[in-house]
Structures are given as C-alpha cells and as structure tokens.
Design a protein around this ligand. Structure first.
Ligand code: F6P
Length: 566
C-alpha cells in the first residue's frame, strides 16, 4: 500500500470509529456526564497563561477526545502545521504560502519561503509603519496646509477592514484621545458619507487598504474620498492626505500615492490573516506601536503554544476537534460566537470571515467533492444582548447551536456591579444550555411559585429546557492587546486544523469571484439608456427592469407587469 492510500485508509478508519462512537454516546446527557464525573471540568479544560478554555460543556467523553486526536493524527495535522510554519505553499490553488505567522514572529530564527528569509522585509515594513504611526500620533505628520492630522479614515473591505475595525473597538481604551478613527468598507454611499461627515479635509488622512488595489468597493470609496479632498484642497494635496497599504505598488502610484506613503505586504499574507501586517496601520496609529507590539506578542505566544505543544493540551486543536465533533457527528450546521464583552462586539463578524471564507469549501485540495460537511455558519452577538434575541432558539429550538462564550474576568471600567451581572449571565447561559430543566422541574418550579397544578401541567412543555447543548467558555484576566492577539491566533489555528481535517485549502476564496464578475455585467444594464438586459435569467432581468421603471416613476407604485398599480 502506498503512503497516500495508507493515510487515506487511516483517515477513513478514524472517521468511521468516531461515527460508531457517536452512535454509542449520543444518548448521554451532559447532565449525567457532569453528575458522573466530579473532575469533568479539570479533565476538559486547558489553559494558556491566564487564558482558560473550558470545553467540559461539550458533549465529549475521554474516549471522544482520544478518537478525535487520532483523526487529527490521521489527517496529518502536525505535518501540515510544519508545512505552514516552514513557508511551504500550502495554498495550493493560488500557489502561495500562508505565512502570517512570520508577521508576528518575535524570534530571531529565519522564516523562509523558497529558502529566502522574509524577516528582513517584514521588519523593514513594520519599522516604517511604526515610524509613520508615531509621526501621526505626535502631530508631526502634517497635511497639505501644514495642519496636523486628527482624523483617519481607513477604506478597505473584508480582511482589509475587519481586523483593524474590530481591534480598534476592542482596544478603544488604548486609542489616542486626540485622534478620530473611522472605518469604511461598504460600497453603499451611506458608509463613506457617514465616515467623512464632520471631518475637515485639511486634518484628515485617508488610508486605502487593499491587497490587490482593484476591489470595486474600496476603489469606489477611495475615489469618492479623493474627490472630497480634491474639492477642497486641490489635486496636489492627494500626496499628503492619502496613504496606501497594498501589494500592488504600480496601481497605488497611478492613484497618486507616493512611494514613501505606501506600505507593502506580500502575496503570502491572506486578506483575512493580514491584521498583523501593514494592514494594521490604522490600528497602530490608534493604539500606538507599543500596544500593537503586544498584539503581535500575544499572537506569537499562541503560535508557539500551537506549534510546539502536545496535541492533547493544545487549545486550537481542542477548539477545532470539538467543532468537528459538533459539525460532522452531532449535525450542527451553525456556530455562535458570544463575547460577553461589549468591546468585542465586532469579533463575531471578524470570525465570520475567518471561518467561512477559509473553510466554506465544497471541494478538497485536489478539487474532489468533500465527503463531509465543512465550515458551519458563524454568527453572533455580544452578551447579554444576544440573550434577548438569539438565545430562545439556542435553548429550545430543535437543532443545537454550539456556542463559544468569551469574557474577561476583570473589566476595564469602574462599574464592577455591571461586570458581576455580565459574568453571572454568561455562566448561567452555559449552564442552562448544558443542564437544562426537565418537565418535572419546570412543573415543580411553577407550583412553588404559586401556580395551580392545571396551569403548571399546561405550561410545563413550554418551560422545559432539553439541555445537552454544547458550548465552550473562554476566560482571561483582562482584554488587552496581548490577549486580543492570543484570541485571534487561537481561532486562526483552529480554522487551520479544521481545514486540514476536512482536506480543504483554507487559504483561497474562489467562492467570492463569480458574484464580482456578474456585478460588472449588471452594472451598465442598470442605466436608463441601456437596452433591456439580454442573457440574464428572468428573475434578474425582471429586477433590473423594475429598478429602471421605478426610477422613471419615483412616486408611483409600479405593478410587476410594468403597469401602474390600480
Ligand atoms: O472577499 C474577498 C476578498 O478577496 C477577501 O479575501 C479580502 O480580504 C477582501 O476581498 C479585500 O481584498 P483586497 O484587500 O484586495 O481589497
């Protein structure tokens, strides 16, 4: 038997063993698992310094974890990890490395791609970004009329927006008090309109962040910001008020941005893994280079934990494996991210791109259909807001929604009473999900509260909580740049491990391309002068026609046939 066949057979056996195990353990209820094992919390929680990952409320046993570890071994997670950390071209469909770990390497060891150490380039750009951020923060970088910059508008989308926007909110406490930072991503004019409103072009710096410098939304917003600036300060001001973060130097120069205001990165940095690169410029201007360094330190600490730690104490591996268990064996198709921390309110959106763009794939690395479900739908809300919206379904809906709860033990504000309530709610939610409340308990609770027996009987089914719903909890001392770096890196590596086990390439994103191409075809067809759309399906042609008809009769409601409604 050759190597790949032997590996495939071992992988098949590992999947099969887990499927058989699932049939044996799925009747077990978390309530009984906790009752039968006083050490369950110790057994199923891991830590990295002050960060605790508790997965004891996942529906796993010691045997489940052992079988999942065998699955990870059979999928050669360790080998793929080595390949990623060694700068191999693990992004096969684009022929690129995925070397974001080099961006936050704090070690003196070389990080090579094709035998060439990239660390000199990484440090050179980081030093330039640092120096630039320092000058803006100190008021030394001035605009065309000699005034210091006070407003920064970052224009980007996807990975060129979500990281800086999320981290800027999360680390607002570190933000320079004299600077306003705004993030624009949507091509909806309302977004750039909001971002520029109230800013003075003389004191505004626009960062155009785009790896490719071709993304329609970003280039449209950048052109609008440029016109806004030129309208007041003239063409010559562009060079002082615009900077770019991109890999496409020529396109940046054609836009009128000077080489000294251009901060590069490399094709081996994927968009959703780029916060650590010059894409972090707006964040670094906001929080300062020292705090940004702590973010990198945190990510690097997790890189070491992930790369060097044994499988069974490895947090990203455990996160990935319980996710695989839920998705592929317990049938969950979604995954909720619930930060009990208002500062992390964009974290679910950040992880949405990280997980869904990375692992939402239907073919494996070799282009064959995948045999298992891949990335779940990721969504979330900060606690406690989510409790008043999503969580009804989590507790009583027919399908389980595994959830990650995330919180800092200590707040960064003085309202400690609020924080106690916040934490109490988080723990209570995880408990209610896991343990639930059976019908007899529901009935007894109502009777104890004064209800008559008939009412209690009638309402008991509505007030029953099945429980046995999986969740994990993350607790850390404080949310600071170091811990945010750790959290992001934990999820990055989780996604990588899952992608490896599913056999997909986690670093390409071909699924976003078709819509982009079709939008270019639809765009001219929306013009009133355009002939009726040809080659469009009936729905799209009908929608185009409806938009055009509505435009010529803005005040009248038009029926679907094109005639005015009676
Ligand atoms: O959504 C597709 C995507 O290519 C993302 O992967 C990327 O983060 C985003 O668009 C923005 O791309 P760019 O930085 O090239 O403008």
């Amino acid at each position: 038997m050759d190597g790949p066949t032997r590996a495939a057979t071992r992988l098949d056996r590992a999947w099969e063993a887990l499927a058989q195990h699932r049939d044996r353990v799925s009747p077990l209820h978390l309530r009984d698992l906790f009752a039968g094992d006083p050490d369950r919390f110790q057994r199923f929680s891991l830590s990295h310094e002050d960060l605790l990952f508790d997965f004891s409320k996942q529906r796993v046993t010691t045997e489940t974890m052992a079988l999942l570890h065998e699955l990870a071994r059979a999928a050669d997670v360790a080998g793929w990890t080595d390949r990623m950390f060694s700068g191999e071209r693990v992004n096969g469909s684009e022929g690129r490395a995925a070397f974001h770990v080099a961006l936050r390497s704090r070690s003196t060891a070389p990080m090579r791609i094709d035998g060439r150490d990239v660390m000199a380039d990484v440090r050179e750009v980081l030093d330039r970004v640092r120096a630039f951020a320092d000058r803006v923060r100190a008021g030394e970088y001035v605009g065309a009329t000699g005034k210091p910059i006070r407003g920064i508008v970052n224009i980007g989308i996807g990975g060129s927006d979500r990281g800086p926007a999320m981290a800027d909110q999360a680390l607002a406490k570190w933000r320079h008090p004299g600077l306003q930072l705004r993030h624009v991503s949507n091509v909806d004019g309302a977004d750039i309109g909001r971002a520029l409103a109230g800013l003075d072009p003389e004191t505004t710096l626009v960062i155009v962040a785009s790896k490719t410098f071709t993304t329609q939304e970003t280039m449209t917003n950048a052109a609008t910001a440029r016109a806004w600036l030129v309208g007041k300060l003239g063409e010559a001001a562009v060079a002082r008020h615009f900077v770019a973060v991109s890999t496409a130097r020529e396109a940046v120069a054609a836009f009128g941005i000077r080489p000294e205001n251009t901060f590069g990165f490399w094709d081996w940095v994927g968009g959703r893994y780029s916060l650590w690169s010059a894409i972090g410029l707006p964040l670094m201007i906001g929080i300062g280079p020292e705090a940004f360094d702590r973010l990198l330190d945190g990510a690097h600490a997790v890189d070491r934990h992930f790369r060097d730690g044994p499988l069974d104490t490895n947090i990203p591996v455990a996160m990935a494996l319980v996710g695989i268990w839920n998705t592929n064996f317990l049938g969950a198709r979604s995954h909720a991210i619930l930060p009990y921390d208002h500062r992390l309110r964009r974290f679910p959106a950040y992880l949405q791109q990280l997980e869904m763009e990375s692992n939402g794939k239907g073919v494996d690395r070799d282009g064959r259909p995948v045999r298992h479900a891949t990335a779940p739908v990721v969504f979330g809300e900060p606690g406690t807001n989510g409790q008043h919206a999503l969580m009804q379904l989590f507790h009583q809906g027919p399908d389980p929604v595994p959830a990650d709860f995330i919180a800092a033990v200590e707040p960064d504000h003085e309202l400690s009473g609020h924080h106690e309530i916040l934490l109490a709610n988080m723990l209570a939610q995880t408990q209610a999900l896991a343990i639930g409340q059976d019908e007899a308990e529901a009935r007894d609770a109502m009777i104890k509260a004064g209800a008559d027996r008939a009412t209690a009987e009638r309402l008991a089914p509505h007030r029953t909580f099945p429980g046995n719903r999986p969740s994990s909890s993350f607790l850390f001392k404080q949310l600071d740049p170091y811990t945010l770096g750790r959290l992001i890196a934990l999820y990055e590596h989780k996604v990588f491990v899952q992608g490896t086990i599913w056999g997909v390439n986690s670093f390409d994103q071909w699924g976003v391309e078709l819509g982009k191409t079709l939008a270019k075809k639809v765009l001219p067809e929306l013009s009133l002068d355009a002939l009726p759309a040809e080659g469009q399906d009936a729905s799209t042609a009908g929608l185009i026609a409806h938009i055009k008809r509505t435009r010529v009769s803005p005040s009248a409601w038009i029926g679907p046939s094109g005639s005015p409604a009676p």
